[in-house]
Design a protein around this ligand. Structure first.
Ligand code: SAM
Ligand code: SF4
Length: 323
């Protein structure tokens, strides 16, 4: 569906759980209060929403969280969504801790891409950032993922004084291995407000310094807002997602569904539509579809991340929104 500002909205991110097995300092350092099972969408409800969303042009779905793989049968959910007639692509964003054991199953579906978050190549720094000693589980998952041939990306959030010394080593993974590496600017959402990110441009310049042959590539790699560079002898690409220094709202293509069934037209604002309440009050598929249409119609022109007037801005943490 085309929204009020002529943008094609064909992508929905779904957070299937608030829970996570890591405690990233900029996301959920203190864990979460456990939700009752009834307060999150069932898989049946998620499938119904995907099916209704596909009626208004949603074609691509991202499964995220919290950590999606901590929810039982997350991989089955991916296969069920992928089987919906009008859904074309289903991808997964994970911290990689539990990924290795599911790669064969995910390949079989086949999932259309997997993003693994990795902010460091140093096991000690990993524990400092995530609160858990799980670096090698993530690393092994990434290696098996590359071998599987599933389109793979690493998401790295650079932080001053934390991983800034090793960003070139992380970038080099895309030079040597068949994987894209994307640097994501820290967003002032939740605990992200207390962390110091690094502008994409600064990293871009460092990479250009080291690899003068790298050029911008217009090849679209997935459904997101990353801009990429590459070189003839690289195996992968390096991308930059820079919502703060380079707003990409004019080409935004997405809506977001939280695990509690709240449909958000924009990451930045607190408003949205309570689809869980509608479903549990007996809404028909047509009514759900109309609510989704309404959410897309109300999609704002642009975000105001970093604005000091916080009144209408999102108060939830990133793990509740799904990133
Ligand atoms: N647990 C999964 C993971 O870590 O990939 C999926 C959910 S996580 C919320 C999705 C992405 O959001 C991760 O790449 C994470 O690094 C990123 N993220 C979390 N908080 C952020 C923030 N304040 N600014 C920018 N990215 C953030
Ligand atoms: Fe968990 Fe992902 Fe948040 Fe880290 S960024 S705490 S892995 S949800």
């Amino acid at each position: 569906m085309i929204d009020h500002y002529s943008r094609l909205i064909d992508y929905m991110r779904i957070s299937i759980t608030d829970r996570c097995n890591l405690r990233c300092s900029y996301c959920m350092p203190d864990g979460i209060e456990k939700l009752e099972h009834e307060s999150i969408l069932t898989y049946e409800e998620i499938l119904r929403i995907c099916s209704c969303a596909s009626e208004v042009g949603i074609r691509n779905i991202k499964i995220t969280g919290g950590e999606p793989l901590v929810r039982k049968d997350a991989v089955k959910l991916i296969s069920w969504i992928k089987a919906l007639p009008k859904i074309e692509h289903v991808t997964l964003t994970t911290n990689g801790v539990l990924l290795e054991q599911y790669i064969d199953e995910l390949k079989e579906i086949p999932v259309d891409g997997i993003n693994v978050s990795l902010d460091t190549l140093n096991p000690e720094t990993f524990e400092q950032i995530t609160g858990r000693d799980d670096y090698f589980k993530v690393w092994n998952s990434i290696q098996k993922l590359i071998e599987s041939g599933i389109p793979a990306k690493i998401n790295c959030v650079p932080q001053r004084g934390v991983n800034d010394q090793e960003l070139m080593d992380i970038a080099e993974l895309a030079v040597k291995q068949q994987i894209d590496v994307r640097f994501i600017e820290m967003m002032p959402i939740g605990h992200g407000r207390e962390s110091t990110g690094i502008r994409g441009e600064e990293i871009h310049e460092m990479i250009r310094g080291r690899y003068p042959g790298a050029v911008s590539t217009s090849n679209r790699r997935g459904f997101g807002p990353a801009v990429y560079i590459t070189a003839d002898d690289w195996k992968g690409n390096i991308g930059f997602i820079s919502p703060i220094s380079h707003k990409f709202c004019s080409s935004c293509n997405r809506i977001r569904l939280t695990s509690r069934g709240f449909l958000k037209p924009c990451l930045c604002y607190g408003n949205g539509i309570d689809l869980m309440a509608a479903i549990r009050h007996g809404a028909s598929n047509q009514e759900i579809t109309e609510l989704i249409t309404g959410a897309i119609r109300s999609k704002p022109l642009e975000h105001r991340l970093g604005d000091h007037n916080q009144e209408d801005l999102e108060k939830n943490e990133m793990y509740k929104i799904g990133g």
